[in-house]
Design a protein around this ligand. Structure first.
Ligand SMILES: Cc1cc2nc3c(=O)[nH]c(=O)nc-3n(C[C@H](O)[C@H](O)[C@H](O)COP(=O)(O)OP(=O)(O)OC[C@H]3O[C@@H](n4cnc5c(N)ncnc54)[C@H](O)[C@@H]3O)c2cc1C
Length: 429
């Protein structure tokens, strides 16, 4: 089953990117220590780490580098989970298991920005913080608790009053919120291109237009076949996220791929100075999330999801434009210009998964919409998993791949939960 993206990634981020990686397609047969499948930031972060630890590493990307979610994201660098705060993780995974995982999440944005610095990646990285404005007093109480819990782990967080949040955003529609000063934003396509360049520098053989078509056991190795070649290696790591196909069929059934759309305004000139004047990234507390950031030329970049996908390229920019106009009345009523979309791997409990088999196959999946920092932090964890580090010493404990209940129905109907989310958001306000 063909599962990888066929359309180019975001028109905005590709046009703004000064990093541009070009890889050959694999022709012929190779041998390696590890094959990484998937040329998004997760696969690249894992491949870089493996190469730095001395493994001969081949990375196969089906389309082009960053063609998946990594080149299509909004670009917010967030070192916190979608749903769970530290206390919830500790309740779920008491002791060492929870603490190791929390330490990884708390340090995830550091890992991303360290990669930017180490390889001089030209991706308009801004580490001015991440804001989560609260849309209701109940949500404010909850996120104030989260800010405290992450602060106890050493994260630079703080609670913001309604007045302070208004000043930071340039709108009065929120009742306060919290900030994580370790977050920020990047051009995610440029970042991923830069990672591919860095992987090459570290000795990884990076191939584009080289889909892994099959995985077969060949004596004590895996044989990974592509249209014009193959790689033989004892270990394989999958980082195919929401574009996962049937290479390891059980993995595909552990997630629901959800389409998320993005839209951007034209450059806003002096108006851009009044919106997010400190150039942070922001995502609010709604279940049908509202979020925004600026690019380096003063465009607003935002996005959302739709229950019905028909005419998405017209309906989504209009919806996002209306929402932004409500927040910033000086914007024109229909301000969005460029449009694109991508797929996010969602798990039922909104937690990521690591899978590992005794025959050398491993995978991580389930970014739940916050995978830029997490995917980078999972690079060393994937390298540990490939190297055989014991389960209880991995930052994310491997589990068995349990399928999402009624998976074929869930993947067709997941988006119809959106009207319910919107109803709940409105009721809270
Ligand atoms: C619209 C959108 C907005 C988002 N915004 C944010 C945000 O602001 N902040 C944030 O933290 N996260 C965000 N995310 C999530 C984030 O983009 C992802 O979590 C992250 O990019 C996942 O990276 P990845 O490398 O795991 O997967 P991907 O980037 O999806 O890469 C998977 C790759 O695997 C390749 N592949 C699939 N099958 C094969 C095969 N058989 N052989 C070879 N290659 C294969 C695909 O072609 C693809 O390139 C967003 C996602 C979307 C879609």
């Amino acid at each position: 089953m063909r599962s990888w993206p066929t359309d180019p990634p975001s028109p905005l981020w590709t046009a703004l990117s000064r990093e541009r990686f070009r890889g050959e397609a694999l022709r012929g047969d190779l041998e390696a220590d590890v094959v990484v499948v998937g040329g998004g930031l997760s696969g690249l972060a894992a491949a870089i780490e493996l190469a730095r630890r001395g493994h001969r590493t081949v990375l196969l990307e089906a389309a082009t580098i960053g063609a998946g979610a990594s080149g299509r994201a909004n670009g917010q660098v967030i070192a916190a989970l979608t749903r769970h705060g530290p206390n919830a993780i500790r309740a779920l995974w008491p002791g060492e298991r929870g603490e190791r995982f929390l330490a990884m999440v708390a340090g995830a944005a550091d890992v991303l920005f360290e990669l930017v610095d180490r390889y001089g990646i030209d991706c308009d990285a801004r580490r001015n913080g991440w804001l989560q404005p609260a849309h209701s007093p109940g949500r404010l109480r909850r996120v104030a608790g989260l800010a405290e819990q992450w602060a106890a782990l050493g994260a630079p967080t703080g609670v913001l009053s309604a007045g302070e949040m208004s000043r930071r955003l340039g709108t009065f529609v929120y009742v306060g919120g919290w900030e994580h000063r370790g977050g920020g934003h990047i051009n995610p396509f440029a970042f991923t291109q830069g990672l591919a360049r860095a992987a090459g520098q570290e000795g990884v053989s990076v191939f584009e237009k080289s889909p892994a078509l099959s995985l077969k056991r060949d004596r004590d190795c895996w044989l990974v076949a592509t249209p014009a070649g193959s790689v033989r290696a004892p270990r394989v790591a999958l980082a195919t996220a929401a574009y996962t196909g049937d290479l390891w069929p059980e993995i595909r059934r552990t997630i629901v791929p959800v389409t998320s759309y993005q839209a951007a305004t034209d450059p806003l000139g002096s108006l851009a100075e009044r919106i997010l004047p400190g150039d942070e990234a922001a995502s609010d507390t709604r279940m049908d999330l509202r979020y925004l950031r600026k690019d380096r030329e003063g465009r607003l970049v935002s996005g959302g999801a739709l229950a019905l996908q028909v005419s998405a390229s017209h309906r989504l920019p209009r919806l996002v434009g209306q929402r932004l106009h409500e927040m910033f009345p000086d914007l024109p009523p229909d301000p969005m210009r460029s449009f694109w979309g991508g797929r996010i791997a969602m798990t039922v409990d909104r937690l990521p998964r690591l899978f590992r088999r005794s025959d050398g196959l491993s995978a991580w999946i389930g970014c739940n919409g916050r995978g830029l920092a997490l995917g980078c932090a999972m690079g060393p964890v994937m390298a540990d998993a490939v190297e055989g580090v014991a389960d209880d010493r991995l930052a994310l404990r491997p589990t068995d791949p349990h399928a999402v209940p009624i998976h074929p129905v869930a993947i067709r109907t997941a988006r119809f939960i959106l009207p319910w989310y919107r109803f709940k958001d409105r009721r809270e306000v």
